[in-house]
Design a protein. Structure first.
Length: 284
C-alpha cells in the first residue's frame, strides 16, 4: 500500500517541526512547507536525511500545486511580536493562505480528512466550514492554546520563553501588572498527540476542538517556578499591564476528552525543565 503524503505548512516552526517528527514516526511521507519568517531550517535540519521528508521554501499566500493526502495548516506567526510586525501580511497569511490550502485540498480530493488551523482564527474557520458545506470538503479544526517546549524562539515575546531567557541571563523577570493574571500551558508533545488524534477521527468530526492544558497558573507562579527550576537568582520586576491583556486564559477541553480521549500528560515542572535545558543548550 502506497504511503500517504501529509503537507505541514509552517513545518519549520515551533509546533510544526514537532508535528513533522511525529508524522514521520507514524509512517507518513511528509512535506514541510515554510517561508521561514518565524520558522527556521535548524528545527528540521535533522529530518533532511530522512527519505520520507521533503522541505519546500514557500509562502502560502501564493498558490502551490502539490499531490498530498492531508494538510495541517500551521502557517502564521503566532506570537504578538511577529504577527504585529506586518499586520497586513499576517491577515493575508490567515485568509489567502487558508483559501490556497483549501483549494489545494479540494483539487486533490484527500481521503477522509482536512486540516486544523492555528489559533482558531475566526475568518479562517468561517472559510473552512464554508468549503465543507459547499464542496463537502473534509475538514478538522482545532483551537490551540498556549503551547511551550523545545524549539521556541528566544525572542518570540511569549511568557514562557521570555521568562526562561531572562532567568538564564541572570536578569530580572519582567511581569506586567500584578502577576495575578492566569494562563494555562500545554507542553508541545501533548498538543501534537491531540492533533494526531483529531486527524484520525471520523469525517463527521469537524470541530472546532480546544487543545490546551486546563491547569491554571498565575504569571507570578510561572516566573517563580522558572527561577527555581533554572537555579538562577533572578528577581521579579513589575511593569504596567498592557492594554487589553486578558486576566484569565483556561481552555475547556471537555470536547477533546469526549471525542479524542485526550488530555495533557506532561506536568508543568517536567515540561519547563525540558524547555529550560533546550535554551541552555542553544548555541546562540
Amino acid at each position: 500500500m502506497k504511503k500517504k503524503t501529509v503537507l505541514v505548512t509552517g513545518g519549520g516552526g515551533f509546533i510544526g517541526s514537532h508535528l513533522c517528527e511525529r508524522l514521520l514516526q507514524e509512517g507518513f511521507d511528509v512535506i514541510c512547507l515554510d517561508n521561514f519568517f518565524t520558522g527556521t531550517k535548524n528545527n528540521v535540519r535533522h529530518l533532511l536525511s530522512n527519505p520520507s521528508f521533503e522541505m519546500i521554501r514557500h509562502d502560502i499566500t501564493v498558490p502551490i500545486s502539490l499531490e498530498v493526502d492531508a494538510i495541517y495548516n500551521l502557517a502564521c506567526p503566532a506570537s504578538p511580536v511577529h504577527y504585529q510586525h506586518d499586520p497586513v501580511q499576517t491577515a493575508r497569511t490567515n485568509v489567502l493562505g487558508a483559501i490556497n490550502m483549501l483549494e489545494l485540498a479540494r483539487r486533490v480530493n484527500p481521503i477522509g480528512i482536512r486540516s486544523c488551523y492555528d489559533e482558531g482564527k475566526r475568518c479562517a474557520e468561517t472559510l473552512f466550514f464554508d468549503y465543507h458545506r459547499q464542496y463537502d470538503l473534509p475538514i478538522k479544526v482545532i483551537r490551540i492554546f498556549n503551547t511551550y517546549g523545545p524549539r521556541m524562539l528566544p525572542n518570540d515575546g511569549r511568557v514562557v520563553s521570555n521568562f526562561i531567557v531572562q532567568a538564564l541571563a541572570g536578569k530580572n523577570i519582567t511581569i506586567y501588572g500584578t502577576g495575578n493574571q492566569t494562563r494555562s500551558f500545554c507542553f508541545v508533545s501533548d498538543l501534537i498527540e491531540g492533533m494526531i488524534r483529531m486527524m484520525k477521527t471520523p469525517a463527521r468530526v469537524t470541530g472546532p476542538v480546544n487543545l490546551g492544558n486546563p491547569g491554571e497558573y498565575t504569571v507570578r507562579e510561572l516566573a517563580e517556578k522558572i527561577i527555581r527550576l533554572s537555579g538562577t537568582k533572578s528577581k521579579l520586576e513589575f511593569h504596567p499591564l498592557p492594554q487589553d491583556d486578558p486576566t484569565r486564559r483556561k481552555p475547556d477541553i471537555s470536547l477533546a476528552r469526549e471525542l479524542l480521549n485526550w488530555e495533557p500528560e506532561v506536568g508543568i515542572d517536567d515540561g519547563l525543565v525540558e524547555t529550560i535545558n533546550y535554551f541552555k543548550n542553544r548555541k546562540d
